[in-house]
Design a protein around this ligand. Structure first.
Ligand code: MLT
Length: 261
């Protein structure tokens, strides 16, 4: 994987194909490997770029909590380094929070948005406290704490065992410091409803029909905020719909991207 240095952090990323850039930002606590099915489906027709966000996969972590604005600034720095002006930005869950942070920083560079199993609201006090508890547990016990507490919610109960094994392997390869920093950053994130309400670019909102983390009404709320956005439900998928049901997900994304070309 090629790398980019930013603020003393080494960011690893994957970059394949040519044409309109599709920048993909992964969920917590995974890595760019979440997007293997999208590299396979789209890198013939598009330039698909996906970083391991700082603190995940092979990328190193910076000091303190990782704010969503830091992920966003990293993503813009990556686009700059690759000579890409505008991108269609797709984010799954935490990657969606980062995509909305990109929108807050510079909407002129967002050609379109794909918001997957994510939502626009900030954490309430209870949610913040739960994140801090999980951050401390992860620092104490390592990634197994996240596998135990999160994997059952990340994928549908009847998910293919191969998908479950793959998700566990990706989570296990991450670092407790990176995960704890992102948990603290997510707890501090801003509400993005107003930002979405101001965006007029093409937008697709996708949600797995069995998503146990993102309520359907939160996905619907995002689709209603962005003028002209489309909401699709991905059958037989949980919170990681692009990985659990790649055919249905890629069909929805393919139709959306085809309309942009
Ligand atoms: C994710 O999948 O990225 C997380 O569930 C996001 C969150 O915890 O809010």
């Amino acid at each position: 994987m090629p790398t980019l240095q930013r603020d003393g952090v080494t960011l690893h990323y994957r970059d394949e194909g040519q044409g309109i850039c599709l920048l993909l930002l992964h969920a917590f606590p995974l890595s760019a490997e979440l997007f293997v099915p999208q590299f396979e489906a789209f890198s013939q027709k598009f330039r698909v770029v996906a970083p391991d966000l700082r603190g995940f996969g092979k990328s190193t972590v910076g000091a303190g909590p990782t704010d969503m604005s830091t992920f966003a600034a990293d993503a813009f720095a990556l686009l700059d380094a690759l000579g890409i002006g505008q991108a269609v930005v797709g984010g799954v869950s935490m990657g969606g929070y980062a995509a909305m942070a990109m929108l807050r920083l510079d909407p002129s560079r967002i050609k379109g948005l794909v918001l997957v199993d994510t939502h626009a609201r900030a954490d309430d006090d209870e949610g913040k406290a739960r994140r801090e508890e999980l951050a401390r547990r992860t620092e104490r016990e390592g990634m197994e704490a996240l596998i135990e507490s999160m994997v059952p919610k990340l994928i549908a109960p009847d998910a293919d065992p191969a998908v479950r094994a793959r998700v566990e392997r990706i989570v296990r390869a991450g670092s407790p410091e990176g995960a704890a920093a992102a948990l603290r950053g997510m707890a501090r994130r801003a509400d993005s409803r107003e930002i979405l309400g101001r965006f007029a670019g093409p937008t697709l909102v996708a949600i797995g029909e069995k998503d146990a983390i993102t309520p359907l009404e939160r996905a619907r709320e995002m689709a209603e905020l962005v003028h002209g956005a489309r909401l699709v439900t991905i059958p037989n998928a949980g919170h990681l719909s692009n990985l659990e049901a790649p055919s249905a997900f890629n069909r929805a994304m393919g139709e959306f991207l085809a309309a942009l070309r």
